[in-house]
Design a protein around this ligand. Structure first.
Ligand code: M6R
Length: 619
């Protein structure tokens, strides 16, 4: 059932326990069971005598483990958190749990509080001071301020969450009410495990399974109150709701993947949520882009050229960036493979900007290219998924893609987030420079609905499975397109060769006649991207060239296309957004699914393809 509805993106790991066992031992074990998702720091809060004791450490979970030697085993209520940083570097101080002003409550949080800066200013005016750079500490102070009014903990949380905007799964304990854990959820996952005389919670089911298989999925805008004896669920008006547990049959390995067979499929399915997270806090009520961490106006007016530098999938995202920057901003932009750039003696204008795109932030060639730019005193901007990574730290400025941990070697959701950040950046610059003819607000309206379009693109999976059945024995697949579709073709081809081990030929469709067409014979498949409406007529000629040589043609296009489907053997239609870059971006989703299902039918090792590593930290 969870699998059908999609699985919400879980960025941080959350655990909680109340019951007769040693609670710290239990929550630490829960965190270990969430380790597969990646994290950069971790912490635990437990009730100790009359206090709440907090232990936290940056880095590996074992760093936290080293602090647990002296913890008494008669502590029966604890919460724990493994952090994937979004606000503030991965340090001991920024690790959760966080206290409120009076150290009466401790909280852990998964998600992003979008209005934390507003709330922080308001709290600072009231005399609050803060120890970390996190949005979570702000939420702790808001809850603490309500709790100081003398209300029960669940009432304080209920009142506080009405003031929070954004995504959160919040878990709170108090010094005074020593028998309860209170949790609240909006758009970040939180599951509750019902045991015998004990109860638990977690951000993900694997962390519950050794203790219970009776699980309650907390819905959005609900507050849960866990004690040893039971669970109460309240809505935001404080009204109690019925509890509907479900029985989980999965084994633990399947549960780590949220019920999906592979991390790749899980990560492909997370893309609607990734889009949501990536936009969170970056578009405002007036449909303007808000990027607090990038350069100021005078820099954008000075930059005369952009060089985008990256490897693999991130390089393909960079090609989309070039197209956007040149079309929207008329700003000359080049894209380089990091390995070529670093040894290529590049010509760099002193007013240029170098953008480094990297999921891991640790790719050796990209890092070396970054250091070269720094030596040459060129401004640098990172677009990185892993906060605290080398590229994120060493760039002058960094924008986080906020895609959550990506486990499968083949990159999927990180690409979508990278292209989305580049789109936001282009719109931000257009806004700052007041570019004539660009209407960022119109674009932003389309961005708001993009996650729903992505969810609809995922619904193509049954037809993609049928198509994969037909194609999985083909010896060669062409990936072709024009305009932005040509860039997506490169990414689709990389996915197919990387995980399905099928040879591919990818290029702009107009290049076919200049050589690659010689490879088309019976049984060869050509996949065309046709989301770019103005170039469809041209594509049809290329499609016919393939069919005339007995090749088979698949087209991926938008639902309003009346031109290319008439010439295709198979058509996959995604919902159109009215913006060609966004349509092209969404078209990668069915192509990722196609690579996945072809690889699956060919019996390939999908999450860890042969000869490849997730992070290429050597040359
Ligand atoms: O971590 P990075 O984004 O810097 O990694 C770059 C490439 O190694 C990476 O995108 C690689 O091409 C993926 N395996 C593609 O799926």
């Amino acid at each position: 059932m969870l699998r059908e509805g999609g699985y919400p993106l879980a960025v941080c790991g959350i655990a909680g326990y109340v019951g007769p066992r040693g609670s710290v031992e239990v929550v630490y074990d829960q965190l270990k069971r969430l380790e597969y998702r990646g994290y950069d720091s971790a912490g635990i809060a437990y009730l100790n005598g009359v206090d709440i004791k907090v232990l936290k450490r940056a880095g590996k979970l074992s760093n936290l483990g080293e602090l647990l030697g002296d913890v008494p085993n008669d502590t029966h209520l604890a919460i724990a958190h493994s952090r994937w940083a979004t606000h503030g570097a991965p340090t001991d101080l920024n690790a959760h749990p966080h206290f409120d002003r009076y150290e009466q409550v401790a909280i852990i949080h998964n998600g992003i509080i979008e209005n934390y800066l507003e709330l922080k200013e308001e709290l600072a005016r009231a005399g609050h001071s803060f120890h970390s750079e996190t949005d979570t500490e702000i939420a702790a102070h808001v809850i603490g301020a309500e709790y100081a009014q003398g209300v029960p903990l669940e009432e304080a949380v209920r009142r506080a969450v009405r003031r929070l905007r954004g995504a959160y799964a919040l878990v709170v304990i108090s010094r005074k009410e020593r028998e309860k854990i209170v949790a609240a959820r909006n758009a970040s996952p939180l599951v509750i495990g019902l045991g015998e005389g004990e109860n638990l919670l977690a951000s993900d089911i694997p962390a519950l399974l050794p203790y219970t298989r009776e699980v309650v999925i907390l819905e959005d805008d609900r507050i849960a109150v866990l004690t040893r004896e039971g669970l109460r669920i309240l809505d935001l008006d404080g009204k109690e709701e019925p509890i509907q547990p479900i029985h989980i049959e999965w084994d633990i390995a399947a549960a780590e993947k949220g019920g999906y067979e592979h991390f790749m499929l899980k990560e492909i399915n997370e893309q609607p949520e990734v889009i949501h997270q990536c936009l969170a806090g970056r578009i405002d009520e007036r449909n303007m882009i808000r990027f607090e961490q990038v350069f100021s106006e005078h820099v954008w007016n000075e930059v005369d050229r952009v060089n985008i530098i990256a490897c693999g999938t991130a390089y393909h995202a960079g090609l989309m960036g070039k197209a956007l920057f040149e079309k929207m901003l008329r700003l000359p932009t080049d894209v380089f493979h990091s390995s070529e750039f670093r040894y290529g003696d590049p010509v760099l204008s002193p007013k240029s900007l170098a953008i480094f795109i990297s999921q891991s932030g640790e790719t050796a060639d990209s890092l070396a290219a970054l250091r070269l730019c720094k030596d040459r005193r060129i401004r640098t901007l990172g677009i990185v998924n892993v906060i605290g990574s080398s590229i994120a730290r060493e760039c002058d400025r960094t924008i986080l893609t906020q895609a959550g941990p990506e486990i499968c070697v083949a990159s999927t959701k990180a690409y979508t987030a990278q292209v989305l950040v580049l789109t936001l950046l282009a719109l931000h610059i257009a806004q700052v420079k007041e570019m004539p003819g660009v209407r960022p607000a119109e674009y932003v309206k389309a961005l708001r609905g993009l996650h729903e379009h992505a969810a609809r693109a995922l619904e193509l999976e049954p037809s993609i499975i049928d198509l994969a059945e037909r194609l999985h024995r083909t010896p060669l697949i062409f990936f072709l397109g024009r305009g932005p579709d040509a860039h997506v073709a490169l990414e689709a081809a990389l996915k197919m060769k990387e995980i399905a081990y099928i040879a591919t030929q990818e290029s702009p469709a107009g290049e076919m006649k200049h050589g690659p067409l010689a490879l088309v014979t019976e049984g060869v498949v050509a996949v065309f991207g046709a989301t770019c409406a103005s170039l469809r007529d041209k594509l049809v000629s290329n499609m016919r060239e393939v069919q005339a040589r007995e090749g088979e043609v698949v087209v991926v296009t938008t639902d309003d296309d009346t031109i290319t489907p008439t010439s295709a053997d198979h058509t996959l239609r995604i919902p159109g957004t009215g913006f060609e870059f966004l349509d092209a971006l969404l078209s990668v989703i069915p192509l990722q699914l196609l690579a996945y299902h072809v690889a699956r039918l060919r019996g390939c090792e999908i999450d860890q393809p042969r000869n490849l590593a997730k992070s290429v930290t050597v040359e």
